[in-house]
Design a protein around this ligand. Structure first.
Ligand code: 5GP
Length: 210
């Protein structure tokens, strides 16, 4: 593959179902999902190196120092960051890469990679969001509250994203995300090689060489 991959950043309120959408997306299609580092503790069933790289604050801070993150942010008392190496390698190899990160990180990525595609996943309404967070049962009441108040803050920045995707039915949401990324791929800026080859062939025809 010679063309550079597309970098897609997916955000959404905690409880919007992003994680499930991402898992389903990579099981259906050939996307590379970046694994973030975090200082939060693993939830039950989470495995180091699969959902996240679970790090101590010291280790995380030394990686910040060494500029090993594309972006990082604090979210509800913990650090979260995107390791640089994997993302750059995959994009250069032509793969489409997805980052599932919160809003401050997403806006930072847009500064560093202006061509990044920013998607915001929302539940159909706020009541459903609260229900999903409570029913998930992985957080105590205080954390659910913090995550909801974080959603209030995040809602102010949603309009900085390129696309809004409603997660009502998982299947439709997954296909919506896939469709948006596919159309991004058709933009002229990702097809320079095709354009060059077409120009070359047209000139060759004009000169009778083809
Ligand atoms: P959770 O603790 O529920 O797994 O994640 C909390 C929030 O952190 C989610 O909004 C998730 O998208 C975000 N997040 C996960 N990884 C990263 C990262 O590498 N960078 C940033 N900025 N946010 C992240």
């Amino acid at each position: 593959m010679s063309r550079r991959g597309i970098l897609t950043v997916v955000s959404g309120f905690s409880g919007a179902g992003k994680g499930t959408v991402m898992r389903e997306l990579v099981s259906r299609y050939q996307y590379k999902l970046s694994i973030s580092a975090t200082t939060r503790l693993p939830r039950e069933g989470e495995v180091d190196g699969r959902e996240y790289f679970f790090l101590t604050r010291d280790k995380f801070e030394s990686m910040i120092e060494a500029e090993q993150f594309i972006e990082y942010a604090q979210y509800v008392g913990n650090y979260y960051g995107t390791p640089r190496k994997y993302v750059e390698e995959q994009l250069n190899a032509g793969y489409n890469v997805i980052l599932e990160i919160e809003i401050q990180g997403a806006l930072h990525v847009k500064e560093v990679f202006p061509e990044a595609l920013l998607l915001f996943i929302v539940p159909p309404n706020a009541k459903i969001l609260r229900e999903r967070l409570v029913n998930r049962g992985t957080e105590d009441e205080a954390t659910v509250k913090k995550r909801l108040s974080r959603a209030v803050e995040e809602a102010q920045f949603m309009n900085k994203y390129d696309y809004l995707v409603v997660n009502d039915q998982l299947d439709i949401c997954v296909e919506d995300v896939h469709r948006i990324i596919l159309s991004e791929q058709d933009k002229m800026q990702y097809n320079q090689e095709f354009i060059n080859e077409m120009q070359r062939q047209l000139e060759a025809i004009q000169e009778g060489d083809l």
